[in-house]
Design a protein around this ligand. Structure first.
Ligand code: AMP
Length: 295
């Protein structure tokens, strides 16, 4: 299915923001989920990270926001990193809409989170424990929530968050729209969906649509201490013209890029802390093949 974003009935401000990011057409999960969410129906999306699932739920939520005094959408994520990533994406997508997005997670002082909530927030993205704390302290009013998203539900299950998730669901209006995303659908997630969702539509993005058929995939098991050497060796034996390397943390991106440079492989790193202006001097040479490796 090829559609473009303009046919998805999103607001002009949103289309402008995503076009600015270089998204030219919706990914399969976006083409499937956006119309369902805009229709108001509940939806279960079985998809991994990397499929574009964040925009699949974020764009319809933003499309239907009207800044008002109450929290209108709640997004539950298993980790601080994911909560921040989702909130950051929503801020970028919603930059022309004047919406207020807040990320909350454990380990942070309550004060600033509570005062932001008091000043008015449209969308809260958070980890279940902290969200529940804020609800129980009467700092987060869930009575006007129209859409609730469970992102990476199976991860929240693995991390022991299910009871908190259920309590939060019970604290929101029963007529809310619920969207659940999970890479896998263990029985506990299915029963959660049965109890808390109304006639959900299912969207399943299969593995083979995650990457292009022309992409060959391989993995190597190596000791932590041998990783850089193994990687360097790959660059020596394979005719690699251009490479994109993903690392888990911001610090690792910089360390790895440095190690490669020391070994004579031109590399630069980018990460979430860099704004668009700081990314361009790295991205442009990479695009034009003047820079071989982007970490
Ligand atoms: P996600 O699966 O939500 O973590 O998204 C994976 C990556 O794909 C993110 O870096 C997004 O910025 C990017 N992305 C999402 N939607 C699109 C799109 N329609 N076109 C190009 N990139 C996209």
């Amino acid at each position: 299915m090829t559609t473009d974003f303009t046919s998805l009935n999103l607001r002009e401000e949103l289309v402008q923001a995503i076009t600015g990011l270089g998204y030219s057409e919706p990914t399969p999960i976006q083409s499937a989920i956006i119309p369902i969410m805009l229709s108001g129906a509940d939806v279960i999306g079985q998809a991994q990270t990397g499929t574009g699932k964040t925009a699949a739920f974020a764009l319809p939520i933003l499309r239907n926001l009207t800044p008002q005094r109450y929290v209108q959408a709640l997004i539950l994520a298993p980790t601080r990193e994911l909560a921040l990533q989702v909130a950051d994406s929503m801020i970028v997508y919603g930059k022309h809409l004047g919406v207020r997005i807040l990320a909350v997670y454990g380990g942070q002082p309550y004060g600033p989170q509570i005062s932001r909530l008091n000043r008015g927030v449209d969308v809260v993205v958070g980890t279940p424990g902290r969200l529940l704390d804020l609800i129980e302290r009467n700092a987060l009013n869930t009575k006007h929530v129209r859409t609730l998203v469970l992102d990476e539900a199976d991860e929240m299950l693995n991390m022991g968050f299910m009871e908190d998730v259920e309590k939060i669901l019970s604290e929101t209006p029963s007529e809310r729209q619920t969207a659940l995303f999970s890479a896998t659908m263990p029985p506990r997630i299915r029963s959660l969906a049965n109890r808390f969702m109304r006639d959900p539509q299912h969207v399943n993005i299969k593995r083979d649509t995650l990457t292009l058929a022309s992409t060959e995939q391989r993995y190597y098991l190596v000791h932590e201490t041998d990783k850089t050497n193994a990687l360097t060796r790959l660059f020596e034996i394979e005719p690699i013209k251009s490479a994109l390397i993903f690392a888990r943390t911001r610090a690792e991106t910089a360390t790895l890029a440095n190690e490669l440079v020391i070994r004579g492989i031109p590399a630069e790193s980018i990460h979430g802390d860099m704004d668009q202006k700081a990314r361009q001097p790295v991205l442009n040479p990479f695009r034009s093949n003047q820079l071989k490796v982007l970490v």
